[in-house]
Ligand binder design. Structure first.
Ligand SMILES: Cc1ncc(COP(=O)(O)O)c(C=O)c1O
Length: 412
């Protein structure tokens, strides 16, 4: 087995890197959306070209379309270590959460408590906060450290009680970049009979999780950040799914994977979501990863991704942590719990001015609150201007990060 990721091989699977119009750009907004792998584009084009007919019929091409959708669902279920019935595809994570909140919220009443965090992207926060207003249950706000933006597990212990019905948390913040100890938190939630909703959008591009091992009753992420199609994928543990009120047409209530998908699925994108897994399989084969179990294979490839990302992110973290005119958010070192998602506040100019100056030099970064409005506010930053975020992934090259540091050195 190769000890390290063959990054040239990985990059050869992304048409964007061979695209002349993108040749002069360095993509450092991967937390906003990654480039899609060639396998994703191929699967999508293939579906649109050959099988764009109402699926699950008896005629050849419609049956093929249905099989491709089922295959994608089954493969993702294996990768995530859940049952295929536990997988729901929806237009986005925000929409999946919205529908989930309608369903779960209907089971809650006055006296019940839901823990939400200040660290979440609004997707896994606002929907629950709105439902509290409608249903009369009580919200418990798990607050972040006002300097680092981190969630202190002791803060969680103080909020958890026999009245807690649901715990909502991010696997990793899209600003502070640090993975939370999810398995510990979900176990504690379970010990008082509460369910857990984990937003994995910021973490899944770096490590596609074993959801069962994490103990998350509900786990959500967005495939368009995981080298794939623009869909949200949500897993809901079957025992909970069976109890949730149906949000789909009444006659679909008996199909677990349709209960939380009120709209018809995007057939092509569901089928083409397998492109991410095909890409991972290509990496596994190239690196001599022989695991037959799809979950094991995915996690072995993820280990290659992580080692590469950690090495590439380290110099930027070191640089920003030491810079007198930048306030770095989140941990200063990159280890296996930190995503290469690096947010900072420049002191001498607005985030937007720095974004524009970096764009002039060919770097794509973001400058925003990134919909983590409550977190930005809690760490004393104006959400209207937000922070600059440079986010990398396994295909980001060390030379691009060095050039980025040079540009920052001029501009900061
Ligand atoms: C951490 C996090 N959660 C949720 C979302 C929302 O995902 P979607 O765009 O699929 O609704 C995002 C989007 O950027 C995110 O970064």
């Amino acid at each position: 087995m190769h000890p390290t990721l063959d990054i040239d091989f990985a990059r050869s699977h992304f048409p964007a890197f061979a695209e002349p119009e993108l040749a002069n750009w360095v993509h450092l907004e991967n937390a906003g959306g990654s480039f899609p792998a060639a396998q994703t584009i191929g699967a999508l084009t293939g579906f649109y070209t050959k099988t764009k007919i109402q699926p699950y019929g008896q005629a050849g091409p419609t049956a093929t379309a249905g099989k491709a959708m089922d295959s994608a669902r089954n493969r993702w279920a294996k990768a995530l270590n859940v049952d295929p019935d536990e997988v729901t595809f929806g237009p986005s994570t925000s929409q999946n959460t919205y529908v989930l909140a309608q369903a779960f919220g209907a089971m809650l009443e006055a006296g019940d408590e839901v823990i939400v965090t200040q660290q979440d992207h609004e997707a896994n926060s606002g929907a629950w906060r709105r439902m509290a207003g409608e249903r009369g249950f009580t919200l418990r706000d798990w607050q972040v450290d006002p300097v680092t933006g981190r969630l202190d597990p002791a803060g969680f212990d103080a909020l958890l009680s026999g009245r807690t019905r649901l715990v909502c948390l991010p696997h990793c913040s899209n600003i502070a970049g640090e993975a939370n100890p999810v398995a510990e938190i979900t176990a504690k939630a379970r010990s008082v009979g509460a369910a857990s909703v984990v937003d994995g959008v910021s973490w899944a591009p770096h490590e596609i999780p074993d959801v069962t091992a994490l103990g998350a009753d509900i786990y959500m992420f967005s495939l368009y950040k995981v080298y794939g199609v623009h869909q949200g994928l949500m897993t809901v543990r079957r025992e909970l799914l069976d109890r949730l009120p149906n949000q789909s047409h009444f006659f679909n209530a008996k199909y677990p994977s349709k209960k939380l998908a009120p709209a018809g699925p995007d057939h092509a994108q569901v089928a083409a979501s397998s492109g991410t897994l095909d890409y991972i399989d290509a990496l596994a084969e190239h690196h001599g990863i022989a695991a037959n179990d799809p979950g094991e294979r995915v996690r072995a490839v993820n280990a290659l991704w992580r080692a590469q990302e950690i090495a590439v992110a380290a110099p930027l973290l070191d640089y920003l942590a030491a810079h007198p005119r930048a306030r770095l958010l989140g941990p200063e070192t990159c280890d296996d719990r930190r995503a290469p998602t690096i947010a900072f506040l420049p002191e001498k100019m607005s985030p937007q001015a720095l974004e524009a100056a970096l764009a002039d030099r060919g770097f794509i970064v973001g400058a925003s609150d990134f919909y983590a409005y409550r977190l930005i506010e809690a760490v004393g930053i104006d959400p209207e201007t937000g922070v600059v975020r440079a986010s990398m992934t396994h295909y980001t090259r060390g030379q691009d990060v060095s050039a980025f540091i040079e540009a920052l050195d001029d501009l900061l």
